[in-house]
Ligand binder design. Structure first.
Ligand SMILES: Nc1ncnc2c1ncn2[C@@H]1O[C@H](COP(=O)(O)OP(=O)(O)O)[C@@H](O)[C@H]1O
Ligand SMILES: CC(C)(COP(=O)(O)O)[C@@H](O)C(=O)NCCC(=O)O
Ligand SMILES: [K+]
Length: 250
């Protein structure tokens, strides 16, 4: 079996594939290395042969995770690395190593799935990112802004009277009419910011490519925005698609 990890700033997305990496055996989202270990330990039978991962965390944090996995499972671990060019996509950053690896892999995955069309890749995680890849594979660059968790936490941290719990937050997002409680006002307001962001990115993509492009939406908060881009492809595992391309099995 193959263990795949996408280590974002807030959560580790994990999945276990069968030995040929063709079938999904199990998957989950955890908030710590320890929680990952616990999720894996309860899987029976578990016979991991290899791990591939992508991380946007510090080298120290990533090493702590890989050392833990080596101790526990004794398997080889391959980490996705920055590249100037891969699978027909050319990294557009002035310093290619500075582009977030999750963005890079999502772009590789998107360009591959788009089968030759230009693509706009939108990722809604801790941060929100947009990346533009032309039909020729040229990465034009992208945008980074705060995601839903950062926006709501900024409001909670820097105001005196915005306080509410997670359950109320979830209920508040059942609609986008103007809020009549603090939680509704904040949750719907931030959600509309994300939706507005999507619309702006679509406008820019149209300015570059007319109607000839594919939109990909991924990340934990993809559901919040998919309604404003009905033609977009919501691909929750887009980073894993790119991870398989960047770290083939042998
Ligand atoms: N099963 C889940 N577990 C944790 N967060 C989730 C889950 N489903 C959706 N989310 C949302 O996803 C967001 C985090 O997205 P994610 O792509 O995991 O971020 P990152 O890659 O930055 O760690 C959070 O705002 C959270 O509300
Ligand atoms: C932009 C990001 C913070 C997004 O991380 P995420 O929200 O997925 O945890 C990450 O891709 C990153 O740290 N990038 C490095 C800076 C850059 O891409 O320019
Ligand atoms: K991510």
């Amino acid at each position: 079996m193959i263990l795949e990890l996408d280590c974002g700033n807030s959560f580790i997305k994990w999945r276990v594939l069968d030995a040929s990496a063709s079938e999904l055996v199990s998957e989950g989202v955890v908030d710590s290395n320890q929680a990952l270990l616990e999720s894996l330990r309860i899987m029976k039978p578990l016979s991991l042969r290899k791990c591939r991962l992508v991380s946007v965390r510090t080298n120290e944090e990533t090493s702590a995770l890989t050392e833990m996995l080596e101790r526990e499972f004794g398997i080889p671990i391959v980490c996705a690395r920055p590249a100037r060019e891969m699978s027909g996509v050319r990294n557009g950053y002035e310093d290619y190593e500075r582009l977030g690896l999750d963005r890079w892999l999502a772009m590789l995955g998107g360009f591959h799935l788009a089968a030759g069309s230009a693509c706009l890749v939108l990722d809604f995680g801790t941060a929100v990112t947009a990346d533009f890849v032309g039909a020729d594979g040229e990465h034009l660059g992208g945008f980074i802004c705060p995601g839903m968790p950062l926006m709501r936490n900024q409001l909670r941290t820097h105001t005196r009277k915005i306080r509410y719990g997670d359950d109320a937050a979830e209920r508040a997002l059942s609609s986008h009419v103007p809020g009549r409680t603090t939680v509704e006002a904040v949750e719907r307001g931030c959600s509309l910011m994300l939706r507005g962001f999507v619309l702006t990115q679509l406008e820019l993509a149209r300015a570059y490519w007319g109607e000839q492009f594919t939109v990909f939406i991924t990340g934990g908060d993809a559901e919040l925005v998919k309604g404003v881009a009905p033609d977009a492809r919501v691909v929750p595992d887009l980073v894993f698609v790119g991870l398989a391309m960047a770290c083939p099995l042998s």
